[in-house]
Design a protein around this ligand. Structure first.
Ligand code: ADP
Ligand code: GN1
Ligand code: MG
Length: 353
């Protein structure tokens, strides 16, 4: 059977409005397999296969997500602000194929566009307001209902432990070409436990956070560029506000793509940093504690080092976690994060909030 025939058969397990007409790979997510599906009624969907090697308990991911979506739907005014799961013919929120793979279907958010870079400050301010609003909306969500879908996801010292293991094993012989990156990251290892230490000491409060706040996890109105909807809810878990803030900045305030090869293009855009900070604080500034405000700046640098260690560990292990579309992409991703960490260090005094 062709890919379309297989996907079409699979999609018919869900409550579609018509027969599948078109289904093909879509988007640039690093984790799940995403397809755009169109049916004969004209309705458009996003069909996704959940990555089971990343999410060891797919049903917990789906239950978390369903709870969060329902909770958010009670709060928002426009239907478009939350992605809806389309149920299966058996009224389940996910479908399991005979091969054990988990699939889910969302309504495609109409008139939306996914942006890979913040071409204007307006867009980035919108991004900040949307993630801020998302966190504020979940401030009274019962956190105990949420399963940790990836344990120790933003535990930076643990990520360093993984990096050490990858260096020691060196299963595909890549350590020798990564010496500069390894040295850079190891020199900063001790400072990277700061946020986890402050969390353990109760100085930084646990909140329900998104945990993957890159620009491409928001959909924008394709005409006005106003933020419409936060997507990719697989990692919504208890976390730190400063990490969500920092992750969005390390990605969106870079002047180049996360996998840019030419490092001279990778710089921190201070106007983007300011736009994000203003947008984020305008929405949730009042609800953050003074300790959180004091450590926003640390969030940017530590999450950037964390991503660098994750990309590098994955490169050393032979590209087993993040999707790649070309060789050395994870090494290029590591290098852009190292460059961004250098940029944060160079501009440290300008980043005071
Ligand atoms: P991954 O976990 O692999 O990053 P995402 O859930 O972020 O997967 O989805 C990948 C891409 O699919 C997004 O960046 C976006 O372009 C698109 N997408 C996902 N959900 C929707 C939706 N409901 N409507 C429109 N586009 C979507
Ligand atoms: C992954 O799924 P996606 O592409 O939105 C990753 C994030 C990284 C990001 C880097 C579950 O996000 O943690 O920051 O790639 N998601 C997971 O681009 O690991
Ligand atoms: Mg995503």
């Amino acid at each position: 059977m062709s890919d379309f025939a297989l996907l079409s058969q699979l999609a018919q397990n869900f409550q579609l409005d018509g027969k599948p007409l078109y289904c093909d790979k879509y988007g640039n997510g690093n984790i799940n397999d995403t397809y755009l599906l169109l049916d004969s009624s004209g309705r458009v969907y996003i069909l996704q296969k959940l990555n089971k090697s990343v999410f060891k308990d797919p049903e917990a991911v789906m239950r978390n997500q369903a709870e969060v979506i329902e909770f958010l739907k009670q709060k928002v005014s426009a239907k478009k602000e939350v992605a809806s799961l389309v149920p299966t013919k058996y009224n389940a929120l996910w479908h399991v194929e005979p091969d054990g793979e988990y699939w889910r279907l969302y309504d495609f958010i109409q008139e939306s566009v996914c942006l890979e870079s913040a071409a204007s400050l307006f867009v980035f301010r919108e991004c900040a307001r949307a993630f801020g609003k998302f966190q504020a909306s979940l401030s009274d969500f019962p956190a105990e209902k949420l399963v940790e879908t990836i344990p120790r996801f933003h535990d930076t010292p643990f990520r360093y432990t993984n990096l050490h293991e990858a260096i020691d094993k060196d299963p595909v012989g890549r350590v020798k070409e990564c010496q500069r990156e390894i040295n850079f990251l190891l020199q900063r290892e001790k400072e990277c436990s700061l946020l986890m230490d402050l969390k353990a000491a109760g100085v930084l409060p646990l909140r329900v956070t998104h945990n993957d706040t890159k620009l491409s996890n928001i959909l924008f109105n394709k005409y006005t560029r106003k933020a419409m909807c936060i997507i990719d809810l697989d990692t919504v878990m208890p976390g730190l506000s400063v990490t969500d803030y920092g992750d969005a900045i390390r990605y969106g305030a870079s002047t180049a793509a996360e996998d840019e090869v030419d490092l001279s293009k990778v710089k921190l855009s201070l106007p983007h940093f300011v736009a994000y900070t203003e947008g984020f604080l305008s929405v949730i500034g009042d609800s953050l504690t003074s300790f959180e405000l004091d450590h926003l700046r640390d969030g940017t640098r530590i999450i950037t080092l964390e991503l660098a260690t994750r990309f590098l560990a994955d490169y050393l292990l032979g590209d087993v976690y993040f999707k790649i579309t070309r060789p050395r992409q994870n090494l290029d991703r590591t290098r852009t994060q190292v460059k961004m960490a250098e940029e944060f260090e160079e501009h440290w005094n300008s980043l005071e909030i």
